[in-house]
Design a protein around this ligand. Structure first.
Ligand SMILES: [Zn+2]
Length: 264
């Protein structure tokens, strides 16, 4: 088993969305991270960052959000496909594409893995479908999956074990959105990583058990922040997608961990 991170562009996000307290008109530049897990049962992509149209026509693809509260800084050589190529991973071998949630900076490349099954949580998909095309909620119809691509909707309350061996477990972390989830990856040695998605935006939120600024349900988001902090207390390494300090010192594509225990 291997776990890779891939930095797929950046976004200037209004600090109020990240930390709370309402829109402030001040942006913080944060990375847009994706992850790849190589498991004996197949390659799994976790989040796919932004659609390539965002490189050339962000307002056309995202609407006015792209000039106000989520301003992308994204180039064609930063897409997940380009990053996989850098890592020597054949994109046509990806078996599952799974997203923490369906906001436009987490699932924009889903359709570029046409042979892969997109595994979506039904509660997130139904919510996103209802708000796509409004230009206001960060959900874009063309992001979710492509024509002819297999979409599999899953339903669970607490956890979902992808391969039935405990290695890749989806953990419900609702609150940022109604169907938000995090991915727990456990290696045979017991070494455990949890990719938060947007259930946490900052290292400070993890340390102080605070939910992200942008929430659909604040009470649920608080419970999810607590859940992630509890996982950290139990020994897991918590990987916060949009926390710059975790990623700025690593190469754009990094092997975070592999079987045998050596960190790259
Ligand atoms: Zn989000």
């Amino acid at each position: 088993m291997k776990l890779f991170s891939a930095c797929c562009g950046h976004i200037g996000v209004d600090i109020g969305l990240l930390e709370g307290g309402g829109i402030r008109g001040e942006l913080r530049r944060v990375p847009s991270m994706c992850f790849v897990v190589e498991h004996p049962e197949g390659l799994v992509v976790w989040d796919t960052s932004m659609h390539p149209c965002v490189c050339t026509d962000p307002v056309g693809y995202w609407g006015n959000l792209a000039t106000t509260v989520t301003v992308p800084d994204y180039a064609e050589n930063e897409t997940l496909i380009a990053r996989l190529d850098e890592a020597g991973i054949d994109a046509s071998r990806i078996r599952f594409v799974i997203n923490s949630h369906l906001h436009n900076d987490h699932c924009g490349m889903n359709r570029f893995f046409p042979q892969a099954t997109v595994l979506a949580r039904r509660s997130e998909y139904e919510h996103a479908k209802g708000l796509m095309d409004t230009g206001k909620h960060g959900y874009v119809r063309d992001d979710f999956f492509g024509d002819g691509q297999t979409l599999e909707l899953i339903e669970y309350d607490d956890t979902f074990d992808l391969f039935g061996d405990g290695a890749l477990v989806l953990v419900s972390t609702v609150g940022h959105t109604p169907g938000h989830q995090s991915l727990q990856v456990t290696f045979p040695s017991g070494r455990r990583f949890v990719m938060t998605g947007d259930a946490l935006y900052t290292a400070r939120q993890l340390a102080t058990r605070q939910p992200p600024g942008l929430t659909f349900d604040r009470k649920e988001a608080q419970a999810s922040a607590d859940r992630l902090a509890d996982l950290e207390d139990a020994g897991a390494t918590i990987l916060i997608h949009h926390e710059p300090s975790l990623w700025e010192t690593r190469p754009a594509v990094a092997l975070l961990w592999q079987e045998g225990g050596e960190a790259a």
